[in-house]
Design a protein around this ligand. Structure first.
Ligand code: IPE
Ligand code: IPE
Ligand code: MG
Length: 246
């Protein structure tokens, strides 16, 4: 791999993804390879989160969305779910400083009411404290599932149609966008998934319609600043056609 400066030199700051979304996968396998418990992998994954968040903000990425816990992840053993929730609270407490010093606003998407009350409280606090920050919006997808999101969109719109708030004919892409958890975010430009899996796992199905994909074998706790830059360089070499001809 080239060094950090060589990689940074290749990045065109005028052509960054407006919205980068990352499926942070491979914590468990990382720990297993080291003969450690899965929790150790999650703790080290939290370090990669900090590095990635700071690097994105410094680079000039305006929106970063991290898949931290899916609706399906509730089906993991209770000890692992509890560990992840505890880690979330301690990371929020610890990283508020990082968010403030980097002028980053925290946002969260997902079925947040399913989260333990301690997590909800901490999350709310950090969201409020960082609400005036303008450099980058960091969105955590927590208890997030795209199908669940789309179901609640359909329900809300159906309710409005039934009560004559909007007409059936008025339903278009923009109406759907307005009812998504991501209503204040642009479409995703680039999705990165670590750990060698080539799947979406119920992440932002609507929002990735024209996103570029970058898959890497690197396990999330090993994902570094340089890996991030490599992904962005790859993205910048692609021609996005949006269905048109070049
Ligand atoms: C990603 O790592 C973190 C979460 C899904 C919460 P995993 O825990 O899925 O790690 P692997 O895929 O089992 O290695
Ligand atoms: C996707 O990873 C969810 C998160 C990264 C939070 P998983 O490890 O849960 O996905 P699958 O099970 O490999 O599809
Ligand atoms: Mg996984």
């Amino acid at each position: 791999m080239q060094n950090k400066m060589e990689l940074l030199d290749q990045i065109n700051k005028e052509h960054l993804p407006q919205h980068l979304a990352i499926i942070m996968d491979g914590n468990g396998r990382w720990a297993k390879r080291k003969g450690m418990l899965r929790a150790f992998g999650h703790e080290n994954g939290a370090k990669s989160v900090r590095v990635t968040v700071e690097s994105c903000a410094k680079l000039g990425v305006k929106n970063l969305t991290l898949y931290a816990f899916s609706t399906e992840n509730w089906n993991r053993p209770k000890v692992e779910v509890d560990t992840l929730m505890k880690l979330l609270v301690s990371s929020l407490k610890k990283e508020i400083k990082t968010l403030q010093s980097n002028n980053i606003r925290l946002n969260a998407i997902g079925n947040l009411t399913n989260l333990p009350s301690g997590v909800q409280k901490e999350l709310q606090e950090v969201i409020e404290k960082t609400s005036e920050n303008t450099r980058m919006t960091l969105t955590l997808a927590l208890s997030y599932g795209s199908r669940e999101e789309l179901i609640q969109v359909v329900k809300k719109i159906a309710h409005k149609v039934k009560n004559n708030i909007i007409s059936e004919e008025a339903i278009d892409e923009s109406i759907i966008n307005q009812h998504l958890y991501t209503h204040n975010l642009p479409d995703v430009d680039l999705v990165i998934r670590t750990s060698g899996e080539h799947r979406i796992s119920n992440f932002l199905l609507w929002q990735i319609a024209y996103a570029e994909f970058y898959f890497t074998e690197v396990l999330w706790p090993d994902f570094s600043e340089n890996h991030l830059y490599e992904a962005i360089i790859s993205y910048q070499k692609r021609e996005r056609r949006f269905g048109k001809t070049s």
